[in-house]
Design a protein around this ligand. Sequence first.
Ligand SMILES: NC(=O)c1ccc[n+]([C@@H]2O[C@H](COP(=O)([O-])OP(=O)(O)OC[C@H]3O[C@@H](n4cnc5c(N)ncnc54)[C@H](O)[C@@H]3O)[C@@H](O)[C@H]2O)c1
Length: 276
Amino acid sequence: MDLSRTSALVSGGAGGLGGATSRRLAELGAHVVILEPERRRADLLAAEIGPRAVVHQGDHTSEADVRAAIAVAQDLGTFAINVNSAGISIPTPAVATADGTPHDMGVFREMIELHLMGPFNVTRLAAAAMAANDPDEHGQRGLIVNTSSTAAQDGQAHQVAYAGAKAAIKAMALAMARDLGPIGVRVNAIAPGPIWTPRLAGASDELKTALTANIAFPKRFGEAWEYASLVEMMIRTPFLNGQTIRLDGAMSTPLTAMTPSVRRNGADFAGNADPA
Ligand SMILES: NC(=O)c1ccc[n+]([C@@H]2O[C@H](COP(=O)([O-])OP(=O)(O)OC[C@H]3O[C@@H](n4cnc5c(N)ncnc54)[C@H](O)[C@@H]3O)[C@@H](O)[C@H]2O)c1
């Protein structure tokens, strides 16, 4: 597949899933704009990828940052691919606790802002920019891939805001594909289960075991290249539109991702151990 005249914007493009995607898109020949708040991490990745990668430091919830990143992508080629894989682990509480404490609204808003408002902000601006492209041989002007989660269907305890945001990403894939059909822009989403990325760097062995215990096969964490490979399949398959595909080794999701002792001791993961 030759994407040499194509440019792509990857938000969270220096993270685990985003980084693997940035690498893969560059291998396929595309020019890649890495939209990232973490400048140093993004610069290191861009140096590794080489001249096909450009860093644009910014926040996916900012209209100005995303417009500027899209303008960079448009200078590099036909801006026809957008993958949104930004996110961050924020410990979140239960809806209410036995002692009568309700969920903090600030934390809820923060999770929704980051995992729902941000991807939608990039999607709407990317689609509007892609509308100006000449259609390819399939009549397409672009493809947008958002990142949902198995939590969209299988929200666990202590994941209410995250599950809500990821369920919205899944629901919006079809609605957005129907909105954007008339301009030839496809929208799909990937719903990963536990994938090994830097967000898991501090996890204890017990937590790692807990996270992979309910995966049918292969009995391990997913790897970031597998996410990038699914993005590539979505690029190669024009009839695939409006879908959210789980990438989870046929996992069945327990009520909580944490074993009792991880719940007691794992302060770093308190309330939100599940990376999915
Ligand atoms: N890794 C998993 O197991 C898993 C499972 C299901 C869903 N996901 C989702 O996939 C996405 C990526 O996860 P990951 O494991 O690669 O995480 P990661 O932490 O490795 O990467 C996320 C990247 O997003 C960047 N980022 C944070 N805030 C941003 C902002 N405001 N604007 C732009 N970029 C921002 C971070 O700097 C980081 O580089 C997240 O939305 C996450 O919820 C991950």
